[in-house]
Design a protein around this ligand. Structure first.
Ligand code: FAD
Length: 453
């Protein structure tokens, strides 16, 4: 272990899609000269940003019926940034595929609801079309094969669907961050941050290897962000509901993405079918949603960290009890637990998949072993409610991002917001060329558009 302390202007903890997009933004669009990215794994984006961990979808809010119009407006701007970055920088399409996508409504109530939604959303998404049975048949024949011809169906459809390998995108961000010879951009892989301590104007970052000091710290460590925040006295009013998601694979039964209508009162996205990124011959169905007591999926060392993060306070117990005792959520969570029982679970999940592909057979569906990360949903201990979407905690020259879905879609917008904060922390000599950042991403520069998601 070296005794020399490495000094930086900014230290970023965590090299998933959030950490790498921030590094890209700071290194290319600010005059910050010394930045370090610290990651506990040997490669970038092996946790929730890995392609097997998430649904690989660039969420614009057009077919996600769990989003309000207001949320869709914010997400649309954010997702457009990622799409425009990819169209410009990934000409070989190594990290994404473009597919059709639709949200399918089944039955009188859902089809009526979708018609109303179309009226509300068509201005924001001019490419969105309301399609009926004949057009669905032409685009996704398997949706109608074996379906009762008398059943009402319609869909909102667009050809603007992007499926993204967010790990590959993280690698691209990294590559484009390190092409600045005049700057020091260090990468410390295989380096776990054990502790962060504030000493006057400097943060000391303790790792298993070298000691690091930084003027500003950005913690982009997924669920671990809240653990590190709490160790510094921040985020005391928050706990986490770690929602793991499983997937099932089937041979290519869909040509594009097919979402289903949001279940009433359920805060998690309804099950959808998606072609694998760069492999149309496989369709992935999911995700399921089950609460687990870990900060990282499959990493049992994080069970103790989960309890440290949740806090074993009365407020935490009351909050979890209040959230999970809602009959709709309880039934939903129970059903998701049953999905884990061999054979029975698969048979139950098959019923969900048949809402999309009625003729799919039990043997066509295969549990995707090792797939699915966690969505760290914020539990607000003051209001005793589940706060959906990302959370940002801003401290004294330190910030923490906790990123459930659609955190990968919003990574560049999040980085924009964090870059503004970081240059402010560093003082007058430091600047973020936000105009150029937005110009390069072909996004209108409107000051009011900086939004916290
Ligand atoms: C089932 C599921 C489906 C989803 N579907 C979508 C989707 O379709 N579209 C979408 O936009 N989003 C989706 N999401 C959400 C998306 O995957 C996340 O929002 C996103 O990947 C978060 O990225 P991140 O970089 O913040 O976190 P992560 O990718 O989790 O990265 C955090 C990094 O921090 C590192 N780290 C943690 N602690 C330390 C430490 N102490 N020291 C050093 N390093 C540390 C980790 O090793 C990791 O590399 C989904 C999530 C799940 C679970």
């Amino acid at each position: 272990m070296s005794s020399e302390i490495k000094k930086y202007d900014v230290a970023i903890v965590g090299a998933g899609i959030s950490g790498t997009s921030l590094l890209y933004t700071l290194s290319n669009y600010t005059n910050i000269n010394k930045i370090v990215l610290i990651e506990k794994n040997r490669e970038v984006a092996l946790v929730n940003s890995h392609k097997n961990s998430n649904s690989q979808t660039l969420h614009f809010g057009d077919i996600e019926t769990n989003y309000t119009l207001e949320k869709a407006e914010k997400v649309d701007r954010a997702a457009s940034m990622v799409r425009n970055f990819l169209l410009k920088n990934d000409l070989q399409q190594q990290s994404y595929s473009k597919y059709n996508k639709m949200v399918l409504a089944v039955g009188r109530e859902e089809t009526e609801e979708l018609r109303n939604r179309y009226q509300q959303f068509k201005q924001l998404f001019p490419k969105l079309k309301l399609i009926e049975r004949e057009e669905i048949q032409a685009i996704e024949p398997n949706i109608l094969t074996g379906r009762d011809p008398g059943e009402d169906v319609n869909a909102l459809f667009t050809d603007e669907g992007y499926t993204i390998d967010f790990q590959k995108l993280s690698e691209l961000f990294l590559e484009q961050s390190r092409s600045q010879p005049e700057k020091t951009i260090d990468l410390m892989m295989g380096t776990k941050v054990k502790k962060i301590e504030k000493d006057g104007d400097i943060y000391h970052i303790e790792t298993e290897g070298e000691a690091i000091a930084a003027k500003v710290v950005a913690v982009m460590a997924g669920a671990h962000s809240l653990l590190l925040a709490k160790s510094l006295g921040y985020g005391k009013d928050f706990a986490l509901l770690s929602v793991a998601g499983n997937f099932y694979l089937a041979p290519g039964v869909l040509n594009g993405k097919v979402y289903t209508m949001q279940l009433k009162k359920i805060p998690f996205a309804a099950i959808h079918g998606d072609p694998e990124v760069r492999d149309r011959s496989q369709t992935r169905f999911g995700p399921t949603a089950k609460a687990i007591l870990m900060l990282e999926r499959g990493n049992y060392a994080t069970v103790a960290e989960y309890f440290q993060t949740a806090g074993l306070s009365l407020a935490a117990f009351q909050s979890f009890f209040k959230i999970l005792s809602d009959p709709a959520i309880w039934r939903y969570m129970l059903r998701n637990l049953v999905y884990d029982i061999p054979a029975i679970g698969k048979a139950l999940f098959l019923q969900e998949v048949r809402k999309i592909v009625p003729s799919i057979k039990f043997k066509q569906l295969k549990f995707a072993k090792g797939y699915g990360g966690i969505r760290p949903q914020i539990v607000n201990l003051k209001t005793k409610t589940l706060d959906l979407g990302e959370a940002k905690i801003i401290g004294d020259r330190i910030l923490f991002n906790i990123t459930p879905s659609p955190g990968a879609s919003t990574c560049l917008q999040n980085a924009e917001c964090d870059a503004e904060k970081i240059v402010y922390f560093l003082g007058q000599d430091c600047a973020f060329d936000r105009y150029k950042f937005l110009q390069d991403l072909e996004i209108e520069s409107d000051r009011s558009a900086i939004v916290s998601l």
